[in-house]
Design a protein around this ligand. Structure first.
Ligand code: NAD
Ligand code: IPM
Ligand code: MN
Length: 352
């Protein structure tokens, strides 16, 4: 459908700055490829929480449902507890729209230094993170507050449907890439959910016999993502483990300023949401130094999802050429002194 209708949720902290900066880049790419974006800004977030008591309206998901895609900046503000802001906005969208694939590529580009000493240049893997259940299931409680008997329970739920669908998507991704899938669990300690996960991986593997499957425990996987990042192709993990592994993926491939992410509903029944892996970065907010490239790359994933593959390719190439160019402006996280908009203006010039 053209024009594509895209809902913008700039959110908190550096979220609005990176979304504002990235938007003209997206429009320039769309223009070059002969389509347009019709964007609507939703001012949902912590400021709204302070004035209206909730992060988004009660019918927030209904308001978003008709859009072709959602672009989110970041959520989280030091003035509101994180479990309130995130469970009030980001997580309900991921769950409510069954965005069960959280796809997070980690690719080391030419011109970018990995902090790993003696690193190989060949870091290119993608994490398929389960995004609707697992450790983020909102089941638990806290009892006997303030007494010696106080306890808190936080349950993780793994369903057959929920586990099979992310594992199958990861096998499909591995088939389309190098044919290698690493499943990351903690089944030596967590005998219920994680052994169930292992069993599902075995079952789905039968549908994809040509894919080579490696199993790693999450502690060893964390080590190996640093020790031998070049050995990975596709990783699949539960919600919490995938969250942790993708921060490692971000840092070994150049940092939070570059890492993109898609929260994808593969059935297309609901809109998918694209966002940088990073958060609202309160430590640099207002300084105009947030790296917009993670958001720009998330936009390439958004275009791909809309079926605009050549626009996505243009955007990826523009970012790649920009990063490979030692004279191109860089924000301080990449060792430069440029501002957020210096970077996006340079990207726009490259598009033209
Ligand atoms: P963070 O990702 O916001 O910041 C971690 C570090 O990375 C900081 O030093 C920050 O300055 C740096 N950084 C992040 N993005 C950057 C960018 N684009 N350019 C340059 N540097 C960048 O993580 P945090 O500090 O743990 O969390 C801050 C808040 O964000 C919390 O409220 C947290 O709950 C929330 N959060 C939200 C999301 C999300 O909206 N998807 C993701 C992670 C954290
Ligand atoms: C992310 C973030 C979120 C997550 C938080 C802020 C709830 O860390 O998108 O990686 O854990 O999913
Ligand atoms: Mn995270």
């Amino acid at each position: 459908r053209v024009p594509y209708e895209v809902a913008l949720l700039p959110g908190d902290g550096i979220g609005p700055a990176v979304v504002d900066a990235a938007l003209p880049v997206f429009e320039a790419v769309a223009d070059r490829h002969g389509f347009t974006l019709e964007t609507t800004v939703f001012d949902w977030g912590s400021e709204r929480y302070h004035s209206k008591g909730t992060m988004m309206p009660d019918d927030g998901l209904d308001q978003l449902e008709g859009y072709d895609a959602i672009l989110l900046g970041a959520v989280g503000d030091p003035s509101v507890p994180d479990h309130v802001t995130l469970n009030g906005l980001l997580i309900p969208i991921r769950k409510g729209f069954e965005q069960y694939v959280c796809k997070r590529p980690a690719t080391l580009f030419a011109g970018i230094e990995s902090p790993i000493q003696n690193h190989t240049d060949d870091i290119d893997f993608v994490v398929y993170r389960e995004n609707t259940e697992g450790e983020y299931s909102d089941i638990g409680g806290r009892e006997h507050r303030g007494t010696d008997a106080e306890l808190a329970v936080q349950s993780a739920v793994f369903t057959r449907t929920g586990t099979e669908r992310i594992v199958r998507q990861a096998f499909e991704a591995a088939t389309a890439r190098e044919g290698k899938l690493t499943s990351v669990t903690k089944s030596n300690a967590q005998a219920h959910g994680m052994v169930f996960w292992d069993d599902i991986v075995n079952e789905v593997h039968e549908e994809f016999p040509e894919v080579e499957v490696e199993r790693l425990l999450v502690d060893a996987a964390s080590m190996d993502l640093i020790r031998r990042p070049e050995a990975f192709d596709v990783l699949v993990a539960s919600n919490l483990f995938g969250d942790i592994l993708t921060d490692i993926g971000a840092v070994v491939s150049g940092g939070m300023g570059l890492a993109p992410s898609g929260n994808i509903n593969p059935t297309m029944e609901y809109p998918s949401m694209f966002e940088p892996v990073h958060g609202s970065a309160p430590d640099i907010v207002g300084q105009e130094i947030a790296n917009p490239i993670a958001t720009v790359r998330s936009g390439a994933m958004l275009f791909e999802h809309l079926g605009e593959s050549s626009a996505a390719e243009t955007l990826r190439t523009v970012v790649e050429n920009h990063l490979a160019d030692a004279a191109a402006p860089r924000t301080p996280d990449l060792g430069g002194a440029a501002s957020t908009t210096d970077v996006t203006e340079a990207l726009e010039e490259r598009i033209e």
